[in-house]
Ligand binder design. Structure first.
Ligand SMILES: NC(=O)c1ccc[n+]([C@@H]2O[C@H](COP(=O)([O-])OP(=O)(O)OC[C@H]3O[C@@H](n4cnc5c(N)ncnc54)[C@H](OP(=O)(O)O)[C@@H]3O)[C@@H](O)[C@H]2O)c1
Length: 327
């Protein structure tokens, strides 16, 4: 099969190879998927670029997310038939073989049916970004009637978080790094989007909510933004954190914090418990069936140009998903 891989870490153009390699076969309980699209996420290119850590396996076919068609079923694999359209997730978590290939074999638990309303490119966006966003929005219960604040509103995760919160019946306040990004956030369902670089976000949120603040924060940079989050979260509210892009350490205020019954939720998509994975995937598919989701595809690059796809994904933060097409 055709696949892309790297055997050492570094700059995309220097370490990514595209070529022929052995086609996998489905083992017991596994589904073999003929992929047509593979999604790139920050964890994919960060792992590839991590010269200090080096590759986790002698050869890594990158990417966790993808979509395609069931090509074969291993013994005992249930819930699928050959030819079913599917999306997959966590393919390259603790495994060498991800989705930047014509075929991937995965436990059936990491495969879900792809609705007819979705293209393969859109299906390849669902894994890491939609699952992380869904879990962050709903981990602390329903959001109906609540106010949810989504910073990084046009990030892959943030854009889905806006849409899930809105679909769940929340009022959504967003922030982003430019007027153009703020406009996108509003188009996705935020009632207002502030500019994190030029607005005093704390003051604007409190003013906008008549001093109430927000019930939930879907936080991309817990350590860097916690001090402000503590001043905007209403009593009984929750912060769900999925990232630490600038500041890996956090200082929590105990006395004098606004919400004394504050809940903190840390989300790491690769290690969600099986029941949570099932709830999360089912919820994503319900939102899709309700027509609540727009999938922001920033670009589609063929597998033969995998290094370019990585380069573009790394330089286009906040514009949506970079997807690799696999004809
Ligand atoms: N825990 C998990 O399971 C999990 C899952 C998915 C992603 N992640 C991590 O979460 C991060 C975002 O992923 P993504 O795919 O959504 O990235 P993305 O699509 O590249 O979007 C990131 C956007 O976040 C905004 N941003 C950056 N630093 C910020 C800060 N300090 N405060 C507020 N906004 C900030 C920027 O937009 P503006 O300049 O417009 O604000 C940037 O464009 C990555 O570090 C990724 O590795 C973790």
């Amino acid at each position: 099969m055709l696949a892309g891989w790297f055997e050492k870490c570094g700059v995309a153009d220097e370490v990514i190879v595209v070529g022929e390699t052995q086609t996998p076969t489905a083992g017991p309980g596994e589904v073999l998927v003929r992929l047509h699209a593979s999604g790139i996420n920050p964890s994919d290119y960060k792992r590839r670029a991590n010269v200090k850590a080096g590759p986790e396996f002698p050869r890594v076919i990158p990417h966790s997310d993808g979509a395609g068609v069931v090509a074969a079923l291993g013994a005992g694999a249930q819930g699928f038939s050959i030819g079913d359209r599917v999306w997959v997730f966590n393919a390259q978590w603790a495994r060498p073989d991800g989705t930047a290939a014509e075929f991937v074999r995965l436990p059936a638990a990491q495969v879900r049916h792809l609705p007819e309303s979705m293209s393969f490119e859109e299906g390849a966006c669902l894994g890491i970004p939609a699952m992380t966003a869904y879990r962050c929005v709903f981990a602390n219960g329903p959001v109906k009637g609540q106010i949810v604040y989504v910073p990084a509103a046009t990030g892959r995760v943030g854009a889905y978080a806006i849409q899930f919160a809105k679909w769940g019946g929340a009022r959504v306040i967003a922030s982003a790094g430019s007027p153009e990004s703020s406009a996108v956030a509003v188009s996705l369902g935020a009632e207002v989007a502030f500019n994190r670089k030029s607005d005093n976000i704390e003051a604007r949120i409190l003013e906008h909510t008549q001093g109430y603040g927000v019930d939930r924060v879907i936080e991309i940079d817990f350590g860097a933004n916690l001090e402000m989050d503590e001043r905007i979260v209403a009593e009984g509210g929750a912060i769900a954190s999925y990232g630490a892009v600038v500041q890996p350490k956090a200082t929590l205020t105990l006395a004098g914090r606004r919400a004394r019954n504050l809940s903190l939720q840390f989300v790491f998509v690769y290690l969600l418990k099986p029941g949570v994975v099932d709830d999360t995937c089912a919820g994503i598919l319900r939102a899709q069936a309700d027509g609540a989701l727009t999938h922001r595809i920033a670009g589609v690059v063929p597998l033969s140009e995998l290094a370019r796809a990585h380069r573009e994904a790394e330089s286009q933060a906040g514009t949506g998903h970079m997807v690799v097409s696999i004809p």
